[in-house]
Design a protein around this ligand. Sequence first.
Ligand code: HEC
Length: 112
Amino acid sequence: MLFLFTLMTDHVGAADAEHGKALFAPCAACHSERSDALGPNLKGVFGRPSAALLDFRYSNPMKRANLVWDEDNLRAYIHDPQAKVKGNRMPYAGMSDPDDVDDVVAYLRTLK
Ligand code: HEC
């Protein structure tokens, strides 16, 4: 409880995970728990190294990216996937509004 409380107060006035969840709907088309999902499962992605899931076939550029999905890297990738990891094969053009990006990252933090 204390942990949850800290997590939430951390973000007061800043990112909004509930809004992020709504914005995540198009992402969820590919990022789901289904075994035939187009994208890797994002449960626990916050703080995880890039291309870390053994059961997902990542592209070579993603395998070579050598990132940790922290706040800054997630923000940059969601804003402009091709600029952050050139040649990666996520078919998503990017999210332009920086506040929306922050909200999505706040939502990703809640996926455990
Ligand atoms: C049309 C399918 C699709 C959509 C929509 C999509 N993704 Fe992806 N995503 C992928 C694929 C495929 C990869 C793997 C890319 C690679 O290996 O080059 C990926 C990779 C990722 C990764 C890296 C995961 C890891 O394990 O390293 C993150 C983070 C991510 N996506 C977040 C998002 C977010 C947030 C959205 C919505 C704003 C989104 N994606 C929308 C298909 C998609």
